[in-house]
Ligand binder design. Structure first.
Ligand SMILES: Nc1ncnc2c1ncn2[C@@H]1O[C@H](COP(=O)(O)OP(=O)(O)OP(=O)(O)O)[C@@H](O)[C@H]1O
Length: 239
């Protein structure tokens, strides 16, 4: 079978009977009977504040463990992995940009990005010329000046930190990029430019993209859009 056909058959993400309640509560925050994301598809997940967007992203990146049900990424069941296997799988296959970016403020931009490559199992490649070229290409695509590489990430503006977080998430060319509400601190012009660059990089790398936000104006950039309130089968109090 041709490689292209194989890629079409495999899903990037499959959720089945996925339920999650925070410890000590009995209220489901997530209850998704079934959902799929195709390989290399760019999906916008929207919902108002408090609908569970960050919770869903934390489940998909393996930071939270579901109460029940399964999460399968590229035919591998995340929910069946040990904590160590999950960390390794995430580092190798998933790029995550959290709302707060989670950069290490006292490390330089270069060190923050190299750390991701190291955890992604590519420590030797960091010395490699091709790695440097890829890093410079990413910086250029994200409109970050190479001089920033030696600056502590804690010294950068919020917009710059955001783009460094994206560069870090993309450095290992992940099959899946998960991005949680990254544009809220940007003005309209910066936001549109950021979105265009992000889409171009994902297309070039063939990465599937799951992007959560409450900002519906971003929807036009994506292949598909999902309303989390519809996807999530939560019991609602009768009105
Ligand atoms: N650690 C926690 N313990 C208990 N409840 C939590 C915890 N974190 C979030 N919640 C609750 O889960 C629900 C979903 O929160 P979540 O942060 O996933 O929503 P969100 O859609 O990402 O919101 P926002 O757009 O404001 O970031 C909220 O009712 C929230 O209060």
């Amino acid at each position: 079978m041709q490689q292209d056909n194989l890629a079409e058959l495999q899903s990037a993400v499959v959720l089945e009977q996925l339920r999650f309640a925070y410890d000590g509560t009995r209220t489901d925050i997530i209850n998704i009977p079934e959902w799929r994301l195709n390989m290399a598809e760019k999906c916008f997940v929207f919902g108002a504040s408090g609908t569970g967007k960050s919770t869903l992203m934390n489940l998909l990146s393996g930071v939270l463990k579901p109460t029940s049900g399964t999460i399968t990424l590229f035919d591998q069941e995340l929910t069946a992995m040990s904590a160590r296997q999950k960390d390794q799988f995430r580092a190798q296959h998933i790029g995550v940009v959290f709302q707060q970016f989670n950069l290490i403020p006292y490390l330089s931009v270069a060190e923050n990005i190299q750390l991701a490559a190291w955890f992604g199992g590519k420590p030797r490649l960091i010395q490699d010329e091709a790695f440097t070229q890829r890093l410079l290409g990413l910086l250029d695509a994200l409109k970050l000046k190479p001089e920033l590489l030696q600056r502590s990430s804690g010294e950068l503006s919020v917009g710059q930190q955001q783009r460094v977080a994206i560069a870090r998430a993309l450095i290992n060319e992940p099959e899946l990029l998960i991005v949680d509400e990254p544009t809220s601190s940007l003005d309209t012009h910066a936001r549109n430019s950021f979105m265009k660059h992000l889409m171009a990089i994902c297309s070039a790398q063939n990465s599937a993209l799951l992007f959560v936000s409450h900002d519906l104006s971003l929807q036009s950039h994506f292949d598909v859009a999902v309303d989390l309130a519809e996807l999530n089968q939560l019991e609602r109090a009768p009105s």
